[in-house]
Design a protein around this ligand. Structure first.
Ligand code: DX5
Ligand code: ZN
Length: 219
């Protein structure tokens, strides 16, 4: 099953409820929330308050992507705010196994993400424990950046590791996904496609989600 996860980073926050409804109408399977702290990445976005606001109006699960230092300190807040999937960065978690356990013990699905320059091998010891692996296909921090095609090699590696070891995690890609590249990205084995600017800058948000979904539906 291929899932489109629109990132509200590019949404109109004065109209968040309507924008979430519009992507859901187009068939969005998850709502992706990009949390940035101005330390791990050079940008600040929002915290649990907005995640909770999204939760109240969303009828699909929330996919919360933490681009923050010291994630352990905030995990409980984000789970309470309504995260269904909570993803931390391998580069930001010093005791990654503890962090993933903490998320799962709170009844939430746990994800791990890696930046474009971090190899898949850095995840080898955590793969049996996670529900989701998020491959960053841009350097995290901003929407609207250009897709880095080399990151697809990492998706392929993960896909094979999952197959040969019988792991269960979903593979997600985040950054620079659009109508022009989503089909090719899908072929590498991605399950979840995050799309921010491609969706929310479109003239018709609902139709754009539908279009992205149709492009990968046969894959
Ligand atoms: C980047 C974020 C992405 C971003 C994707 O740091 O993690 O989720 O919003 O935006 P687009 O689809 O515009 O590249
Ligand atoms: Zn993201």
């Amino acid at each position: 099953m291929k899932i489109i996860a629109p990132s509200i980073l590019s949404a109109d926050f004065s109209n968040l409820s309507q924008q979430i409804k519009a992507v859901e109408l187009g068939g969005a399977g998850l709502i992706h929330c990009d949390v940035m702290d101005g330390h791990f990445v050079p940008n600040i976005t929002f915290g649990p308050l907005i995640v909770n606001a999204a939760k109240k109006v969303s009828s699909v699960p929330l996919d919360v992507h933490l681009m923050i230092e010291n994630p352990d300190n905030y995990i409980e807040d984000f789970v309470k705010a309504g995260a269904d999937y909570l993803t931390v960065h391998q580069e930001a978690a010093i005791h990654l196994n503890r962090t993933i356990s903490l998320i799962k013990d709170l009844g939430c699905k746990a994800g791990v993400s890696i930046n474009p320059s971090t190899p898949v091998e850095a995840l080898s010891e955590i793969l049996p424990f996670v529900d989701l692996v998020l491959i960053m296909s841009v350097n995290p921090g901003f929407g609207g950046q250009k897709f880095i095609p080399q990151t697809l090699t990492k998706v392929e590696k993960l896909f094979n590791l999952r197959k040969y070891n019988g792991y269960n995690f979903l593979i997600e890609i985040d950054g620079g996904v659009s109508s022009s590249n989503i089909k090719e990205i899908s072929k590498s084995g991605v399950d979840i496609f995050v799309a921010g600017s491609a969706v929310f800058n479109a003239d018709n948000i609902t139709e754009k989600v539908e279009e992205l979904k149709n492009l990968v539906s046969g894959e």
